[in-house]
Write a protein that binds this ligand. Structure first.
Ligand code: NDP
Length: 239
């Protein structure tokens, strides 16, 4: 059985990814940061194993990867999905807001890949999928930190894909548009309405629509796709 690790895998898009991969036959470990209640509820509903650590912190990532390898023997699929926003115009963004967003969204990918990829190279198989964002592709007012982190994930994806291509490992990014989760639910209703009016498909995306792309990229059938960024945004940005 293939083993998948999904960071931020207990809520929102990550929860849909964890569920979808489990239904597709993977053994899934879903990581989270602090919301034990949501994680336990997700575990009881789905049977997916949940594990708490901060992906923005290097040593806990290394320790968690070693624990998962010791318990399950392998990691075949790594989905770097955990992410946060701390929105403000640049001149109101504090250094702390900058570092939190860069650490959680971007440095986390380095932290996780640094432990997982050498292992995948030895086994000559792996799938790394990084959940970026439409706002890393087009920029977004009030999200200089988030747009920089998500664009950084696309650069990391391309470079790592080249490094790993001859080793049976694919590395891809997904750039979701606006998806119906807590993160988007926290937006002001007027802002949300104006966002939906800019989506040609005329609605928000669903977490399941991102999970379906992850399942495909994880599969053997997707072995010739690497270094790609798959826009999944209802036509909102076609760059
Ligand atoms: P949610 O806020 O709904 O869920 C975030 C998940 O990430 C939670 O499980 C949370 O854990 C976990 N998490 C947050 N920080 C950390 C951390 N430091 N270490 C470990 N886990 C952490 O987010 P979404 O589902 O909306 O977003 C998922 C990803 O998709 C993010 O990377 C986001 O940037 C990206 N994205 C989302 C879009 C959207 O419209 N929703 C659009 C484009 C991209 P806990 O439950 O403990 O807080």
């Amino acid at each position: 059985m293939r083993i998948a690790v999904v960071t931020g895998g207990t809520r929102g898009i990550g929860a849909a990814i964890s569920k979808q991969l489990k239904e597709a036959g993977y053994m899934v470990v879903a990581n989270y940061m602090s919301n034990d209640e949501a994680a336990q509820e997700f575990h009881h509903q789905t049977g997916v194993e949940v594990m708490r650590w901060d992906v923005g912190d290097y040593e806990p990532c290394k320790k968690a990867v070693h624990e998962i390898l010791a318990k399950h023997g392998t990691i075949d699929v790594l989905v770097n999905n955990a992410g946060i926003t701390r929105d403000a115009f640049l001149h109101k963004t504090t250094p702390q807001m900058w570092h939190e967003v860069i650490n959680t969204n971007l440095t986390s990918c380095f932290n996780m890949c640094h432990s997982v990829v050498p292992y995948m190279r030895e086994r000559a198989f792996g799938r790394v999928i990084n959940i970026s964002s439409i706002n890393g592709q087009k920029g977004q007012i009030g999200q200089v930190n988030y747009s920089a982190a998500k664009a950084g994930m696309i650069g990391l994806t391309k470079a790592l894909a080249l490094e790993c291509a001859s080793k049976g490992i694919t590395v891809n990014a997904i750039a979701p548009g606006y998806i119906k989760t807590d993160m988007v639910g926290a937006l002001d209703q007027n802002v949300l309405q104006s966002i939906v009016s800019q989506i040609p498909v005329g609605r928000l995306g669903t977490p399941e629509e991102i999970a379906a792309v992850v399942e495909f990229l994880s599969s053997d059938a997707a072995g010739f796709i690497t270094g790609a960024t798959i826009a999944t945004n209802g036509g909102q940005y076609l760059g």
